[in-house]
Design a binder for this molecule. Structure first.
Ligand code: F6P
Length: 341
């Protein structure tokens, strides 16, 4: 078969491991010809092909990012976009597509199913896809954040400071919760629980009264105060309607400084969380997803996505996978709360 592969949405460590697995098993077991498309759905719209071979994908397993490039292009935002995708696939003689992406990329795949034969592979550092226990990219982002938080502890202790660490995660608090628990944060703020800044400050004052002069507060970029609304970098939206989040860390630090008098600083981890080499966990999960995706193509399991359930790789309809966002388990938030104050 001739199989097309695309990577869409925010990049994540592990994408190249998926590509490598698809190519290796596709060529070795199925004698497939694998064609990459550059820059997500834009590459399919415009026919921007990147030939993929086992030889050409040697050495990409530990490499972050995606050798195909990615974008947030949405064919349904363009007049005749879906038809153009269908035409490209037909013109190039592509029998099936494997779309690797988050809710947006897989949402497009689900809507295109019927026009094209497509299998989805879930990807996002946010871990907010309901259909799978975890997505590759998440473990790496958490590890990057924890390494940073470990470093923030020593400088905060040296200066008796409160350090606010803003992490990614869009509208879910998975990265903040995992990194906050693993990093020993004094407080963790997530979109799932709009926060009362007075309560945060009370907790920090209590800590400092006990003589612990340094606190790390981890805040997810999508977290918001009870009374206020989300803090965004700009009102502009991408082709899937997402605003650019970010800035809550500054707002929070200012409030803490004003209300407690503590010397407070901010670190925004930003795109560092998406860069560089994937952890071993993400390399293995991404490889398993890639193998399962090419197997699904050959079993005709189109309109479905591979996923992780009870440590096993399963398949489920794309419609199920992209319909609802997976938010942080309240049990995890209760674990974090034990260490506040
Ligand atoms: O979805 C992954 C993610 O990194 C989010 O955590 C973040 O809010 C968003 O992408 C940033 O999007 P962009 O890369 O388009 O700035």
């Amino acid at each position: 078969m001739r199989v097309g592969v695309l990577t869409g949405g925010g990049d994540a460590p592990g994408l190249n491991a998926v590509i490598r697995a698809i190519v290796r098993k596709g060529e070795k077991t199925y004698r497939d010809e694998i064609t990459g498309f550059a820059d997500g759905w834009r590459g399919v719209l415009e026919g921007m092909v990147v030939p993929l071979t086992s030889e050409g994908t040697r050495g990409i397993l530990p490499r972050g990012g995606t050798i195909l490039g990615t974008s947030r292009t949405n064919p349904f935002k363009m007049k005749g976009g879906p038809e153009q995708v269908e035409a490209t696939v037909a013109r190039l003689g592509i029998d099936a597509l494997i779309a690797i992406g988050g809710e947006d990329t897989l949402g497009v795949a689900q809507k295109l199913f019927g026009r094209v034969s497509v299998v989805g592979v879930p990807k996002t550092i946010d871990n907010d896809l309901s259909g799978t226990e975890v997505t590759f990219g998440f473990d790496t982002a958490v590890q990057i954040a924890v390494d940073a938080i470990d470093r923030l502890h020593t400088t905060a202790e040296s200066h008796n400071r409160v350090l606010v660490c803003e992490v990614m995660g869009r509208h879910a608090g998975w990265i903040a919760t995992y990194a906050g628990i693993a990093g020993g944060a004094a407080y963790i703020l997530v979109p799932e629980r709009p926060f009362d800044v007075a309560q945060v400050c009370e907790s920090l004052l209590l800590r400092h009264q006990k003589g612990r002069y340094a606190s790390i507060v981890v805040v997810a970029e999508g977290a918001q105060p009870k009374e206020g609304s989300m803090v965004v970098q700009s009102r502009e939206v991408d082709e899937f309607g997402h605003v650019r989040l970010g800035g809550i860390g500054d707002v929070l630090a200012r409030e803490i400084r004003q209300r407690t008098g503590f010397d407070t600083r901010v670190t925004v981890l930003g795109y560092v969380q998406r860069g560089g080499t994937p952890t071993a966990f993400d390399r293995v999960l991404a490889t398993r997803f890639g193998i399962a995706a090419i197997d699904a193509v050959h079993e005709g399991a189109f309109g479905q996505m591979v996923a992780l359930r009870n440590a096993k790789i399963v398949r489920l309809p794309l419609s199920e996978a992209v319909n609802s966002m997976k938010t942080v388990d309240p049990e995890l938030l209760e674990v974090a709360e034990v260490f506040y104050g």
